[in-house]
Design a protein around this ligand. Structure first.
Ligand SMILES: *Cc1c(COP(=O)(O)O)cnc(C)c1O
Length: 484
């Protein structure tokens, strides 16, 4: 019946018209990236979007794109920009966007092997490729997740069951990490019902790496007082300073004392593709579980994490399920279904957004880009060391550079650096973020977008110098006014 003809299926002419409008928008966005600010402080913060409510009648694509441009893509951080040096950036490969587009058009059901054998093979093939990259065995199991946080949750839930931590034991079941471990691990412990586990923050050395001696001391002390040490969490690239814990030494201790060994390589994992990065990750192959984020070191758009569990059976034991209405999917021939090894059932076919860029660019292009990031971090560190007034407490292990400005006598350093980062962010030419080391307010430059090159770093250093000089001047004027 014509009355029911779907209004939801545009014809070919209309499809092409819509596609062209979207593609034109995308091309404009990418072309303008080098000149667009990395941060826009728009006073209404996108609230104009709410003035176009969801309603019965349609709007034109041009209007929708205009809303997107003004209210969504402009305010805040431009995460696609190579001038984004805050938190942990990644860029966003155009070829990955094309993969997402095709995944959405075909809507392959990548949760179950029976439904989409090729899609599941693709995801498992990517996981095996990642496993190989970090020296995990061929039969490693894993899952492509929406990010490092969910990947960590999967890893820690698996660790809990593999270590047979049942509810009664939780208050005595001790977890070890440093104070620089990512907060998503505390969150994962809590969500996995492990919030009452005692957590020991193990002492770090001068480069902010976990001290193996201190770890062993803590394990022995806890054992002596009748507690159950069960989990060591190491970081392969901390968010604060990019430090890599001594992965090999920690692995031996975890093994010696019967603990699960988890390595959070959400940020640092893909540096295994660069020869100099791989050397820094030595020992990661000894972990029981590893998390790494393609939306960081593989430059995939947000929504891409991965968890690898060396013992495939353990991953399945924590996540498998049965349901009558799924009985025709239960053939175990072929590949592990993502639904059997993760909390998800229906899920985004997120393999395609990783597979397509790897196929179209080749792995070599990624190796080169990652080597460049490691080089740029050393470059920024070297420059900062000789920039008057700036101090750099620790050399970058990977691609995070941490520093601060030491203002002239009489000016409070923490307040000065807080003002400095505020000025840098408002300026918008580059975006950087801050953290704390102990009580010290620190600034950081995280270099990981494939679009970041040496000129970006030069701009960042120039902005820092300009803003620090202006703040010094302001403080001097203020001091002389106060004197009179
Ligand atoms: C980003 C990050 C996480 C969290 O991952 P999401 O993808 O943001 O959920 C965990 N650990 C480290 C070290 C990270 O850099």
């Amino acid at each position: 019946m014509d009355a029911f003809r779907s209004l939801l299926e545009p014809d070919e002419t209309e499809r092409l018209r819509l596609q062209q409008a979207v593609e034109q928008y995308a091309q404009g966005f990418i072309q303008q990236l080098p000149t667009l600010p990395a941060f826009v402080a728009q006073p209404d913060m996108g609230a104009g979007l709410l003035e176009a409510p969801i309603q019965e009648e349609p709007i034109a694509i041009e209007e929708a794109l205009q809303l997107l441009q003004k209210q969504v893509d402009t305010p805040g951080i431009n995460s696609a920009s190579g001038n984004h040096l805050g938190y942990i950036p990644g860029g966003s490969l155009y070829t990955s966007a094309l993969g997402d587009y095709l995944a959405a058009v075909t809507n392959k059901y990548a949760g179950i092997f029976f439904s989409a054998p090729g899609a599941v093979r693709m995801e498992n093939m990517l996981l095996r490729w990642m496993a190989g990259m970090i020296g995990f065995p061929e039969d490693t199991a894993g899952n492509l997740t929406s990010g490092g946080s969910i990947a960590s949750l999967i890893a820690l839930a698996t660790a809990r069951d593999a270590q047979k931590i049942t509810s009664r034991m939780i208050p005595d079941a001790v977890v070890y990490m440093t104070a620089h471990a990512h907060h998503c691990l505390d969150k994962a412990l809590r969500i996995a019902g492990l919030g009452e586990c005692p957590v020991r923050h193990i002492e770090m050395d001068a480069a902010y790496r976990m001290s193996p001696q201190a770890l062993e001391k803590a394990i022995l002390a806890d054992k002596a007082s009748g507690l159950t040490p069960w989990l060591v969490i190491a970081s392969a690239g901390t968010t604060d300073v990019g430090a890599v814990d001594p992965l090999q030494d920690l692995a031996h201790l975890a093994k010696k004392h019967g603990l699960w060994y988890h390595v959070d390589a959400a940020y640092g994992g893909f540096f295994a593709l660069a020869a100099s990065g791989k050397a820094k990750l030595k020992g990661i192959e000894l972990a029981d579980s590893v998390v790494m984020d393609p939306h960081k070191g593989l430059f995939i758009p947000y929504g891409s994490g991965a968890v690898l569990i060396k013992n495939a059976k353990q991953l399945g034991e924590t996540h498998h399920y049965q349901a009558n209405y799924m009985q025709d999917t239960l053939s175990s021939l072929g590949e592990v279904s993502p639904a059997d090894v993760s909390p998800e059932l229906s899920k985004h076919f997120r393999g395609l957004r990783i597979w397509l860029p790897l196929q179209l660019h080749g792995v070599k292009a990624f190796r080169i880009a990652l080597e460049e990031k490691l080089f740029l971090a050393q470059y920024a560190y070297n420059k900062l060391q000789y920039m008057p007034g700036f101090e750099t407490p620790v050399a970058p292990a990977l691609s995070v550079v941490i520093f601060r400005y030491k203002p002239k006598a009489g000016i409070e350093a923490n307040a000065f650096n807080q003002n400095l980062i505020h000025e840098v962010q408002q300026d918008g030419r580059v975006f950087m973020s801050s953290t704390k080391l102990g009580e010290a307010y620190m600034l950081r430059m995280a270099i990981l977008s494939f679009r970041t090159h040496q000129d970006t770093i030069d701009t960042a250093l120039q902005v820092l110098q300009e803003k620090a000089a202006a703040l010094e001047e302001q403080a001097a004027v203020k001091a002389s006014v106060e004197r009179y």
